[in-house]
Design a protein around this ligand. Structure first.
Ligand code: DMJ
Length: 456
């Protein structure tokens, strides 16, 4: 694609030299987590591996088998084909969306729509695409009934009733990759179009400094606060998806919006402390300082954006936090690298960033640090029935909580496995993964799987 001042999307390693020993160790730990889920929580959304209980993620009393949908393409990439079949069968037999409950549009999109799409792309099972289309049709009213085109926060999957008019940036604008992919696969442009309209509506409301605040009322189209968070949540994946739409769909508007907005945040929010790069929170109209907090989730955003130097610097900042605590706390005061929120909810973002940067540069530094992340994960989060969150990274031994978030099955082990395995099931030259690590491009089918179609 060539356009005004276009720079190609970041170059990537076309193949990753396998480190079979490390890849196998990562795969074993994924299987350990999965077996705990299967034993204690099969069919439910998430396992509580310490107490042996389970919980639902979207709506009480409505199990969606979320961990199953999240795990499907990870099993595929790791060539755990019996588990792929087990997951597909469960979805075919049990997963239905005619549910009288409010579902959060953002989480439903990145986890379930994305999971069904990547499952379809991995296996060719038509039933997965059919379920995905049914679900997306039920989500669409969140976009189409909004006067601004920016989605409501919740939608009742049975009735289409929408609710929640004020929501953060990430929830408004993390859908174009899933919806655009669905439009491509079905030939129905409504999904991608709705997602693009929402992005345009946000960008059109930027401040004269070209900064975005963090929460919007999608009915009035007015901001509900004034704080520009840069790549911190709940803004984070909003930026990721602008660039992603350029890489996946050659969308030049999204590329230009990404560049415009990130140039502004570089100008007004970058701060260097002791040689480390951070992004201060500022008033989006004046640029005045609001605070110097930083969330560990933000590390995953920049490497997607073609600014290798900035992304590499930011990764080094978070590596300093990893070095200090072994497990990165949820939130820090970056002036002192002090933990403000001391837990870690089994966060995948550091591994996500390591993979992206390794993929883009081939620099072994990213493998060395990713391996350190993995060793700490195994040391501090592993329990008899899988993996669990920790509640205070400053104490030894780290006290454990009782929860294995479903994204662990989609993300942590997959990012690590892709970094070390060089799996033939992933096309490193052309692949693309979503914010939830769903393979939306470049998944290679197993031999013997249908090229398209499959059983219903
Ligand atoms: C995941 O659902 C996704 O990575 C999302 O982008 C942010 N939050 C979790 C993981 O921390």
């Amino acid at each position: 694609p060539g356009a005004r001042g276009a720079r190609p999307a970041p170059r990537r390693l076309e193949e990753v030299r396998p480190d079979a020993r490390r890849a196998q160790a990562i795969r074993e730990e994924f299987v350990h987590a999965w077996e705990g889920y299967k034993r204690l929580a099969w069919g439910h959304d998430e396992v509580l591996p310490v107490s042996g209980r389970h919980r639902e993620f979207f709506a009480e009393g409505h199990p969606m088998g979320l961990s199953i949908v999240e795990a499907l393409d990870t099993h595929h990439l790791m060539e755990l084909d019996t588990e792929v079949d087990r997951c597909v069968s469960w979805i075919k037999d049990r997963l239905r969306f005619d549910i009288d409950a409010d579902f959060q549009v953002f989480e439903t999109t990145i986890r379930l729509v994305g999971g069904l799409l990547s499952g379809y792309l991995a296996t060719g099972e038509q039933v997965l695409l059919d379920r995905c289309t049914d679900l997306a049709d039920r989500l669409l009213p969140a976009f189409t009934t909004s006067p601004t085109g920016m989605p409501y926060r919740y939608v009742n999957l049975r009735t289409g009733r929408v609710s929640g008019a004020t929501l953060p940036l990430a929830e408004i604008g993390t859908n174009i990759l899933e919806f655009g992919t669905l439009s491509r696969l079905t030939g129905d442009p409504r999904y991608g179009r709705a997602a693009k309209r929402a992005l345009r509506a946000v960008v059109g409301r930027r401040s004269p400094l070209d900064l975005l605040a963090s929460r919007m009322n999608v009915e009035s189209g007015r901001w509900a606060d004034r704080t520009a968070l840069a790549v911190d949540p709940p803004a984070d994946s909003f930026y990721e998806y602008l660039w992603g739409a350029w890489v996946m769909f050659d969308d030049e508007d999204c590329r230009d919006w990404f560049r415009l907005l990130t140039a502004a945040l570089k100008k007004h929010q970058v701060e260097r402390v002791g040689g480390l790069l951070w992004f201060k929170h500022v008033d989006f109209r004046t640029g005045a300082l609001v605070n110097r907090r930083q969330s560990s989730l933000s590390v995953a955003v920049l490497p997607v954006g073609g600014d290798d130097e900035l992304a590499a610097d930011y990764y080094r900042s978070w590596t300093a936090v990893l070095d200090k605590y072994d497990v990165i706390p949820e939130e820090i005061d970056y002036t002192r690298l002090a933990a403000l929120s001391r837990g870690n909810d089994l966060r995948p973002e550091y591994a996500n960033c390591a993979f992206q940067l390794y993929w883009q540069t081939g620099d072994p530094y990213y493998r060395t640090t990713a391996w350190r992340y993995f060793q700490n994960l195994r040391e501090h989060h592993r329990v008899r029935n899988g993996y669990t969150v920790v509640t205070d990274v400053t104490r030894r031994p780290m006290p454990k909580g009782d929860h294995c978030p479903a994204y662990v099955f989609a993300e942590n082990f997959k990012w690590l496995y892709l970094t070390f395995s060089g799996t033939p099931r992933f096309d490193y030259a052309h692949g693309y993964l979503s914010t939830e690590a769903k393979g939306l491009r470049g998944l290679r089918r197993a031999e013997g799987r249908a090229a398209a179609g499959g059983t219903r």
